[in-house]
Design a protein around this ligand. Sequence first.
Ligand SMILES: *Cc1c(COP(=O)(O)O)cnc(C)c1O
Length: 385
Amino acid sequence: MGIDTTMNITIPFNRSSLCGRELEYIFQTITIGQIAGDQTFSKKCQALLEQTLGVPRALVTTSCTHALEMTALLLDVQPGDEVIVPSFTFVSTVNAFVLRGARPVFCDVRPDTLNLDESMLEALITPHTKAIVLVHYAGVGCELDPIMEIARRHGVAVVEDNAHGLFGKYKGRWLGSFGNLAAQSFHETKNITCGEGGAILINDARFVDRAEIIREKGTNRSRFFRGQVDKYSWVDIGSSYLMSDVLAAFLYAQLEVWQTIQAKRRSIWQRYHAELAAWCLRNGVRQPFIPDHCEQAFHMYYLLLPSPRARTALIAHLMASGILAVFHYLPLHLSEFAARWDGRHHDCPVTETVSDLLLRLPFYNSLAETEQERVIEAILAFQCE
Ligand SMILES: *Cc1c(COP(=O)(O)O)cnc(C)c1O
């Protein structure tokens, strides 16, 4: 969104911070001379993700966007294939597949969790459907039981864009461990970050070898370094999706304290939720809904205002107090670029409504109690007309 930079923002929407031993670990990578990819700290990050989430293989990447591109390559997505995606998401969820020539088939979201509406899924599946891509919005799990069942029945792959959902659970099981493949983001705006970065989680062991090759420019360099082949050569298509170990060092310092980070975010989330509850009720504002069987990842705190006008007014009111609150995704099915897929165009009325009403409050690991208090007090001083 356009931000008036002349305004004096004292509580930003997001702010990155050090959470542990980031600087010490970065210094180590430089002094031991390991600053390229796939070295000590990349491996530590991967091992931590594999062990914590119980996934067979995790590979750190340059971004979540690139991890999603890898999933499209691994699934051999081709021109003519269709990929079912929520309209209410970030462009990369869809672009990764469109880059391979696939046609996006947009699915609306549930009005309660804002996740892909599984009741509409089956009607969107055709013989051309290659994959269903899920986003666990705000870190709350999609209805994975019915979705995985539908995918199995139709022989369609499932990819989780788990950018919001790291360390969230659905029915006791980690988000990111359900789909054949999943993608994580460590962008500055995410719970755990290294500035720009991501990871691909490979739950379907068939894809492990090829994922290593695609990430290493189409070569079997990983096997070479493990001594499994005596020279490395060009064996497949690929690109350069390796994270630098300098960033992996930063990332590892955050990953190793993930429980502290998540606990901090839980307390911020719960405080917004409790202290705004009565105000929301009075003003016709809807708070996030978390199903009982989901343990959310505390990625964001959002409100659904009663009207677009009320949202605009609240943004301006907060801005006047130096607080930046922002809306979120514009419906992708209405985007200029989506217009090129005429024909099977689906309405996504919930997405359109939610996109007009949703407001995200400042939410970051270093948000101080006094800062959060200022945000809450400013909201309590506002009335929706
Ligand atoms: C942040 C985000 C991405 C992109 O992540 P990058 O690491 O910046 O590529 C993709 N999907 C969703 C849902 C996101 O929130």
